[in-house]
Every structure is written in C-alpha cells, then in structure tokens.
Ligand binder design. Sequence first.
Ligand SMILES: Nc1ncnc2c1ncn2[C@@H]1O[C@H](COP(=O)(O)OP(=O)(O)O)[C@@H](O)[C@H]1O
Ligand SMILES: [Mg+2]
Length: 559
Amino acid sequence: MASSMPGRVTGIGLITGSTGYAITQLPIDYAQLTGWTAMAAGVGMVGGGVVTWHTSRRATTSHINRWSRRSRRNHGVQSLTGHLKTSSSFAMRGRATALRPSLARMSRWQRIRVPVTEYAAMLGKSGGRTLYASHEDVVLRVAGARSGKTTALACRIVDHPGPAVVTSTRVDLLTWTGPMRAKRGPLHVFNPAGIGDVASTLKWSPLAGCKAIETAMRRADDMIPAASSDEREGWNDQARRILAPLLFAAARGGLTMARVLAWVSATGDQATKAGRQVESILDDAPEAAAMRETVRQFFGMSGENERTRSSIVTTLMPALQWLSNPTAAAIGDAEVTGDTLNVGELLDTQGTVYLLGGTNRVTSALTGALVAEIAFRATQRAESMPGGRLDPALLLALDEAALVAPGPLDRWTSDMGGRGIVLDIAVQSLAWLHRVWGETGARIILGNAAAVLLGAGCKDPADIAHWEALSGLRDEVSETRDADGKVTSTSSRKVPVLSRDQIAALPKFHAVVYGLGPISIIRTPNIWRRRDARRAMARAGRQVTATKFAEKLAEEVSK
Ligand SMILES: Nc1ncnc2c1ncn2[C@@H]1O[C@H](COP(=O)(O)OP(=O)(O)O)[C@@H](O)[C@H]1O
Ligand SMILES: [Mg+2]
C-alpha cells in the first residue's frame, strides 16, 4: 500500500517525539530543553498527521478508492459491515425512534425489548445474516409465477404491527394471513370479482365523498391511472376531465354509478338528454362552473366531432367496465350512505382490508380507486400525528399490483414512506411495470424502491440484462497455463457480479436484493414454514379446501 503524506508525517512525528523523550533522560545540561522541544514537535506532527488523514478519508478519491478495495475484497457483494450498517436489526434499532415516534417515550432499556418487527420487516436470510427493511422503505418484489412472492409477502403481513391493506388475485393471502391478522383487528373483504366465492363484507362506491368537487376530481384520477404512452395520456386527460363532473353530478343528484355509465354511453337524443340532466345538477353548484363547459362540449359532440367523442368514451370504459359484473356492481355501486368504509376506524383498530381483483383487470379501476382512497385518507391522518407519520405504520401489501392496484404508485413510492405508510409491491416482471405505469413510471418506481427483490422466473432477455447491469462488476482472475499445466501468467478482467445464466436460474424462495448496498442473495421467508401461521390456519379452518375455509372466514367476518 502506498504510504501517504499524512502517514509519513505521523511516522516522522513519532520518531521525533520518542527521540525527544530519550534526550530528556540524558544526564546533560541542555538535554531537558532540547528533549522537550523535540517531543512537542513530535506530538504536533502526529496530531497534524492524524487530523489530515481523517479529513482526507472523506475526500472523493479516498471514498472511491476505499469502495473499490472493499468491493474487490467482497467480490462485489454485500460485506458484513455493510450489512450491519444498512439492513441488520442493529441498523433498524438505531432508527427506531424516527420510525415509530411513540418509542421515544420509552427508556433505552424498554426499547431494546421491543421486537424489531415493530418498525421493520424481515426480508429474508443470507447465511447467518437476517436482512430487514424499515417501515420507511418501499419494497418491490419482482418474480415470476409460483416463485414464492406471495408466501414471503404473507409472512410480512402477519408480522406487521399495524393496519394493512392487502391486494391479491386469489384467496391465498386471505387464507394464509386472515387467521393471524384476525387476532390483531377486524378483517374486511372487498371482492368485486367474486374470487373463490368469498363474500364481501365491505361495500364502497366510487361516488363516496364525490359531493365535494375536489374528491370527484381525485377519484377520476384514481380510476383512470396514468397511461403507458404520451399519446394515450392525452386521451386519459380528456377522459378524466369528463369523468370528474359526472361523478360530482351523480353524487349531488343522489344517483348511482350505473347512471354515470348510462350518461357516458348515451348517443344521439339520449346524449342530449343526458347532457341536460348533468348540466341542471351542475347549475346548482357554483364550484362546478369550470366543469360545465366541458360537459356541454362532451354531450354536444356530433357530426365530425363524433370520433373524438367515441375516443373519449373508449378511454373511459375500462374505468366503468366493472359495472357489467353483477357481483362488482352489487358492492361497488352500493348506495352511498355516509362513509361506507371508515378509514379512521380501520387505522385505529389495526384492521386488515383484503381486496381481491380478477386477472382480467375488469375490476381494477374499482379496487385501485379504493386502495387510493384508503391511502389518501391515511396520508391526511398522518399529517395530524406526531412526527407527521402513522404509528404504527399502515402496510399496503400490493400483491399483483399491476392487476389489482394500478394506482399512482410512482407518486406514492416517492412520499408515503415518510408518513408511516409502507408499500410492499409485488409484480411478475419489469414488463408488467412498463405496461401499467409506462416507461417513465416504471423507472420512477424502481428508483424509489429502497429494496428491490428479484426472485425466480425471470426469462426476458431485456429484463435479465437490466438485472445483470444492476448487480455491478467484480474482478475475475484468469490464468494462462503452458502445455504442462503450469501457470505462466495471470490477468484479471471485469465481469458482472451476477451473470445472466445465474439470474435466469435463480431458485424458488430465493431473491437477489438490490438497493441495500452491494447485492445479497437471500432465502425469503415462507408462510408454510411458520408454525404459528400453520397452527392459526388449522385452528380457524380445519377445512379441506382453501375455498371452503375462506368462505367460513368471510362468514365469521361478516357476523
Ligand atoms: N399450501 C401450500 N403448501 C405448500 N406449498 C405451497 C402451498 N401453497 C403454495 N405452495 C407453493 O409455494 C410456491 C410459491 O407460491 P406463491 O408464493 O404463491 O408464488 P407467487 O406468488 O410467486 O406466484 C408454489 O410453487 C406452491 O407450490
Ligand atoms: Mg402470488
């Protein structure tokens, strides 16, 4: 290792100082003065050297050199010290009072006895290390089907100390986590797609609260999320501009979502009549003056404008498609009597809301809008709490997020963490992220996720190249041998820490963790290996099939 300037100065200082000390011991007249002077100079040089060394450690080149050395030493993967600093239970404990302001009232001794899962979630184990993500960190899980995403997410849900919103396309999460979550607080099921014949215990109409114009505008945004291309986003904007006044008018007039659908799909004379009805409701609301013109234009479109109108209607339809499903219409177009879902109560009682959506995305606008509504109310609530965050945190466990909760995740991932609303998002591939949130949206979500867990089942070459590049580089030493097998020379070259074939061959129930420093490979937890969860399931059910069990659970919930 090259000796640095501060190192040399410190060395010379040590020699000068010790020589000075030796001189003071000599039986000569002037020894005391010379010796003490030399010692003082030595101490000064050592002190200066140490200070300069300490400051230079923080210089850019020093950082980069140190990181390179560390990366070489650890072959590009997370070191023990890195783990201790970023993702260990020790690191989480250091941030406990920021993550849960209520812990600040406890003594240090009391705080040590609070389990770390009260403010952080276990991601998995890597050898003897357990990796955690704090309740501030967005977690994104990307893995193919049947790779262990849901079984890992289930563990997080049962351990979560606060209220939770759980989305899924199957009854799996309800069956696996329901019995344990029921011990923490009430369970609610919102199942517009009628998955597994589980009865809904919750009714909620997108018209709830839409008598206020700002809620109607927000709801229109939630029901028509951002498009994947700029051109389509232009149409989406137009569709939102017309949906908002229609929601507002329906809520004001005490009408239903079915009526909104009828208004949107009316043509010819029917459209003129619909326009008149909406306008007459808006006439009584001065705050909707700006919307009246939009409504008049939309319903007045005829002749050449007919094509524009039909494009807007086509864009609007996916947001209202669920009305054609009788099960969805029964719980999603329920009469709006006050607040059908009391988010404040959900947060206070540590409840769990299960939202089940179909894979065909018919109900995704409805489930997405409900998730967005809960998130919005929780955000408002957080603002009035100490530290500006919910305590305990609200978990949004969005399994199959692309299908069930296509909300504005790009926006949420940016600012929810600091408010005590913790997002754990599971999708099957990067392609799904791109399809639902567009290229920019997907990049924002990936950027905002503090921990990205890549699981098994990645087969797309573009995705694999992305994960390979993200894994970083390491040095690989290659040896050249002569005919006798003797090493004649060695050379080193840079190779990706994780190669493409390794990424493609990741085993089930394992994940590569990106984002918490250099990568780690973890074994993800599995709800089936947890005795507490299995026992709770058996006790609650003792039923042969999952469907039957979920039914019984839902029955119990609705009592
Ligand atoms: N009841 C069960 N007992 C044991 N293993 C199960 C059970 N249910 C699912 N599994 C296994 O867990 C694996 C992962 O399932 P899951 O977490 O649902 O995958 P993903 O959500 O990634 O599609 C599946 O391959 C399945 O075989
Ligand atoms: Mg799953």
